[in-house]
Ligand binder design. Structure first.
Ligand SMILES: [Zn+2]
Length: 343
C-alpha cells in the first residue's frame, strides 16, 4: 500500500508528508488509533517511503510516497527487509520484553545495510513493561542518525509519560470521531463558545473549569439517581443490615464505575474538539474537522494559536485524561489541565 491509496487517512497522511517535505522527519513517532492493523499498514508505508528505490518525490527531491513495487518496497511488505525491524508482544505473556527491546536497540544502532534509514516498529508499544520501556528510553533520548522509531498503540493512555512525551503523536483514529449524544454536543458547543470569548484571562479560564465541573456534577447526580432506583435497596427496605450494606457497597461501586466511564466520554469529546482546533491551525480546511456545527468557534480559537500551541494542547488534554484514570483528586487534575491549555 502507498500513502496515495490510504483514502481514509488523507488528513494525517498530508501532515506527515508536509513534515517530510520540510525535512522535519521526527526520530520517533507514536501512531495511535483504534485499529492496530491500520497503524501497522501506515508504519509500513512510512518505512517504504523512506527506503523506496523509486519514490514519488516533492519538487525539492524529498520522497513523499513509495512506489509499492520496487524490491525494497516488496521486502518491507513481506517483513524481509534487513533495515526495517518489527517488534510485537510475545504471544505467551502478551508483553514486549526487555530482551526484545535490547535486540531492537542494537539493530537500530548499526548502520543501515542497504537502506537510507533504519526503521524500528513497535506494535502495541503500550505492552512494554517498565523495564522494557526504560531500556527503550535511552535510545529515544539519543537516537542514532538515520534512524526512525515508530510506536503503534491503540491504548496510548497506557504508555509511560516519559516515552509518550518524546514522540511525535499522529492520530489515525480516522472516520467521523466519537459518536456523541446531542446533549454532549450541546455542552461542547457551550464550552467552545466560552473558550472563544474567554480572552485568555484567568477568570475566563476558571469559568471554563466551572462549566466542566458542573457538567460532571450533573452527570454524577443523574447516575446516582438512575442506579439507586434500580438497586434492590429501594425495593427491599426491610432487608437485613448485612445485606443492605452489601447492596450499598455494590451501588457505590457501580455509580463510581459508570461515572468514570461518562467522565471519560466528556474528556474524549474535549480531545476531539481540541484536535479540530489543531487541524484548523494546519489550514487543512474546515471540511476535515469532526464537529462541523462548532466550526466557527473552533476556527476562532485556532486563529489565535500556533500549530505548536495546538499540539501542546493535545498533549495536555491526553495527559489530563490519563491522570484522571489514576488520580482521585479530580478537581485538582482538571484545574491544572485547563489552566495549561492555550485557548
Ligand atoms: Zn518502492
Amino acid at each position: 500500500m502507498s500513502f496515495a491509496e490510504c483514502k481514509d487517512q488523507q488528513q494525517v497522511v498530508k501532515l506527515l508528508q508536509r513534515s517530510l517535505e520540510r525535512g522535519r522527519l521526527g526520530h520517533a513517532y507514536l501512531f495511535t488509533g483504534n485499529s492496530l492493523s491500520v497503524l501497522e499498514a501506515m508504519a509500513q508505508t512510512l518505512a517504504k517511503t523512506l527506503n523506496c528505490l523509486q519514490p514519488k518525490r516533492a519538487p525539492n527531491g524529498i520522497a513523499l510516497d513509495c512506489c509499492d513495487s520496487c524490491s525494497a518496497c516488496h521486502r518491507i511488505a513481506n517483513f524481509g527487509h534487513p533495515d526495517v525491524q518489527w517488534v510485537r508482544p510475545e504471544s505467551k505473556s502478551r508483553a514486549i520484553t526487555i530482551d526484545q527491546v535490547r535486540d531492537l536497540m542494537q539493530t537500530i544502532h548499526l548502520k543501515p545495510m542497504e537502506a537510507a534509514y533504519k526503521v524500528g516498529i513497535i506494535v502495541a508499544a503500550d505492552r512494554m513493561n517498565v523495564q522494557s520501556a526504560n531500556a527503550f528510553l535511552k535510545t529515544l533520548e539519543e537516537p542514532p542518525p538515520k534512524s526512525v522509531l515508530i510506536l503503534l498503540s491503540s491504548e496510548p493512555g497506557r504508555l509511560l509519560e516519559t516515552i509518550y512525551s518524546r514522540c511525535l503523536v499522529l492520530s489515525f483514529a480516522g472516520g467521523s470521531g466519537p459518536a456523541l449524544l446531542s446533549e454532549q454536543v450541546a455542552w461542547l458547543k457551550q464550552f467552545s463558545e466560552m473558550a472563544t470569548q474567554e480572552n485568555q484571562t484567568l477568570l475566563g479560564r476558571y469559568r471554563l473549569l466551572g462549566l466542566l465541573l458542573s457538567r460532571l456534577a450533573q452527570l454524577k447526580e443523574r447516575i446516582e439517581k438512575d442506579l439507586t432506583q434500580r438497586s434492590p435497596l429501594e425495593r427491599y427496605a426491610d432487608a437485613e443490615t448485612s445485606l443492605r450494606e452489601k447492596w450499598e457497597a455494590e451501588l457505590a461501586a457501580a455509580v463510581e464505575a459508570e461515572y468514570r466511564r461518562q467522565r471519560s466520554d466528556v474528556l474524549v469529546a474535549l480531545q476531539w474538539w481540541l484536535r479540530d482546533v489543531w487541524l484548523c491551525t494546519q489550514r487543512l480546511g474546515a471540511d476535515q474537522i469532526c464537529f462541523q456545527p462548532l466550526a466557527p468557534t473552533t476556527q476562532g480559537v485556532a486563529g489565535r494559536l500556533s500549530t505548536e500551541a495546538a499540539t501542546e494542547n493535545l498533549r495536555v488534554i491526553e495527559k489530563t485524561h490519563r491522570l484522571l484514570e489514576t488520580n482521585v483528586q479530580e478537581a485538582l487534575v482538571l484545574e491544572v489541565g485547563l489552566l495549561k491549555l492555550s485557548l
